[in-house]
Design a protein around this ligand. Sequence first.
Ligand code: SAM
Length: 288
Amino acid sequence: MVKYPSWIEERNGVLWLTEDDRDHLKVSYRLKNIIFSEQSPIQHVMIVESDDFGRMLVLDGVVQTTAMDGHIYNEMITHVPLQLHPNPKRVLIIGGGDCGAAREVTKYETVEQIDMVEIDELVVSSCKKHLPEVSGNLNDPRVNFIFTDGLQFAREKTDEYDIIIVDSSDPVGPAEALFEYDFYQHLHHALKKDGILVCQSQSPIFQQKIVKQTRKNFEKLFSYAKTYTAVVPTYPGGMWSFTIGSKVSPIHTSLVKGKHVETHYFNQEVLQNCFALPEFLKRIVPND
Ligand code: SAM
């Protein structure tokens, strides 16, 4: 008999993945099969084929990205800062092991170097091999993979990057430190004098504390800070938040001279509108 991890169950000959990362909500996905399953020194890494979402990356039983909607998240975490910055050359990505964010950044010709700091090499190798819908089989020579802890890496950098993107998993285990003020302080230091920092800041429906705290942390460090959203069906609650901070330039999308990129979700209208927040969010993170 096959021994599955605790989040996989076989019912009447059908495999189900049940995401149970918080104690009051469980989400189950019907699977066609399991493509890859291995324990790394950091976490359990799985790539599965689901009915509705296609292939999915699952870390410790939590869905990270899918072939169906991974592009929405990856385009929104990258193109917003890359369009806002006048001349992005050096980009740092922390996390992002599925390679989807790096793949989007390579669409900009001005970018000369992309340092991708991922704690778990197995996430990168498995996504490159089994999740090409997201990773795009990334082999652009500008991408420099560094397999280490993002916090450790950030501590040692000063005045190096135009843009830093924190594409982390949920704030548990190795990613917990990636949501703290100390970490953002190091990243602020690692940015050039006109640098921009963006991070995923969790669900505005279920994790409002994190949305608010992240924004507060950014406001302490940056002259300008804002919160924007996108709809990513895979993530519980659907709506997802991103927090962005800029050292010197106001975050005004009307000032952007749109750079053309091939995308599936992002465009100039989405950029103009993603900072428009519903009333409940305006009360906690107003974008004035
Ligand atoms: N888009 C996804 C989401 O919001 O759920 C997350 C994308 S990506 C798969 C997250 C990556 O962050 C994982 O591959 C994980 O290994 C990596 N990660 C977690 N903690 C880290 C750390 N301290 N340093 C570097 N990478 C880290």
